[in-house]
Design a protein around this ligand. Structure first.
Ligand code: UDP
Ligand code: ZN
Ligand code: FE
Length: 320
């Protein structure tokens, strides 16, 4: 049994996939992503594998119509991007920039492939880092969900950007970038990308990374843009690791447009949520956040940006 259900009260989609219960939890003796494991083989540096415990799959059964509730078939693909053969590497930022670039290129190739599947409407690329936030395998990896529905948080962003475009004739996100880039919340600005702690950060160490060019999809990024993105992500993630004295658990999510339809008003970006407070304590999304959607921040984004700029400088010193 596996299906997607919709909460009629909020519009949220929930993927019901009980077989995921079978997945191994932080096994000590064996890692399925190491070279030479049954599904990996040898002679690779980046590998995209089908997730063995997928949330969505090509053989998903038709949803059982409920008569009242909206359901969708749990069709799609769930993939694991194994970013390095080195099991003990801590984070993506510890890889050489060329290797990060390769990871991004392979994800872009997969996005191009997914776009030709009429059953897939959205490609979600994300990365969870840190046992503290519940990763089940610590071998450096990120994940891809190719989904038949548009996740609700993305749908909300699309709506707001569309309305702004319609009423003001401009891209909301381009305007945000224009506001943030020269501000005290800016972290770095390259020739093709910019990174900042947004005015509206929800997490203690939140960073958004935007291409300066107004593009909607990962597949629209050219090789130069991917190369610079690799450098920017490496720098930002290195800064997160050093910001509070111990490696920061984080979540990183690509926000891009749906694979089909005209979404020219939208502007892709990465959102990175570093989850330690300045004192190294974990911030939970508890009642107010999860239950009501109102976030409380006991730091200011301006102070966070200052702290992250110091950490960036320290990363830069060590790299040179
Ligand atoms: N996994 C896999 N093959 C295995 C063991 C695990 O594909 O042999 C998958 C597992 O289903 C999980 C992912 O590897 O989705 C590890 O991801 P992570 O712990 O970051 O997040 P999770 O998906 O568990 O929330
Ligand atoms: Zn834009
Ligand atoms: Fe966003």
């Amino acid at each position: 049994m596996s299906e997607i259900r919709r909460d009629p009260t909020t519009g949220d989609w929930i993927v019901v996939a009980p077989r995921r219960l079978e997945r191994p939890w932080q096994p000590e003796s064996f890692c399925p992503f190491d070279p030479g494991a049954p599904e990996t083989g040898h002679g690779w540096d980046v590998l995209i594998l089908p997730n063995r415990y997928p949330v969505v799959s090509a053989d998903a059964p038709p949803p059982r119509p409920d008569g009242f509730y909206e359901t969708a078939r749990a069709y799609g693909r769930a993939l694991v991007v194994v970013e390095t053969p080195s099991h003990d590497l801590d984070d993506l930022s510890d890889l050489p920039v060329e290797q990060i670039e390769k990871v991004l290129r392979m994800v872009r190739d997969e996005a191009a492939r997914a776009a030709s599947d009429p059953g897939v409407l959205y490609l979600l690329y994300f990365r969870n880092k840190g046992r503290e936030i519940g990763v089940s395998l610590t071998h450096p990896h990120s994940q891809i969900y190719e989904l038949p529905v548009v996740p609700e948080r993305i749908a909300r962003e699309l709506e707001r950007a569309e309305e702004y475009w319609r009423t003001r004739g401009r891209c909301l996100h381009c305007d945000v970038v224009a506001r943030e880039s020269p501000s005290g919340r800016a972290l770095l600005r390259g020739t093709r990308w910019t990174a900042f702690v947004p005015y509206y950060a929800r997490w203690p160490h939140e960073v958004h990374v935007y291409p300066l060019r107004h593009v909607q999809l990962l597949t629209q990024l050219d090789d130069e843009e991917l190369a610079e993105l690799a450098r920017v992500l490496k720098a930002v993630l290195c800064a997160l690791k050093r910001a509070v004295g111990r490696p920061m658990p984080y979540m990183m999510v690509l926000h891009q447009a749906p694979l089909r339809g005209d979404h020219r008003y939208y502007h892709l970006h990465f959102e990175i949520y570093g989850m330690y407070r300045p004192d190294g304590r974990l911030k939970y999304a508890a009642s107010a956040e999860t239950g009501a959607g109102i976030y409380t921040l006991d730091t200011t984004p301006e102070d966070t940006a200052e702290r992250l700029r110091k950490a960036l400088a320290s990363c830069r010193r060590d790299a040179s």
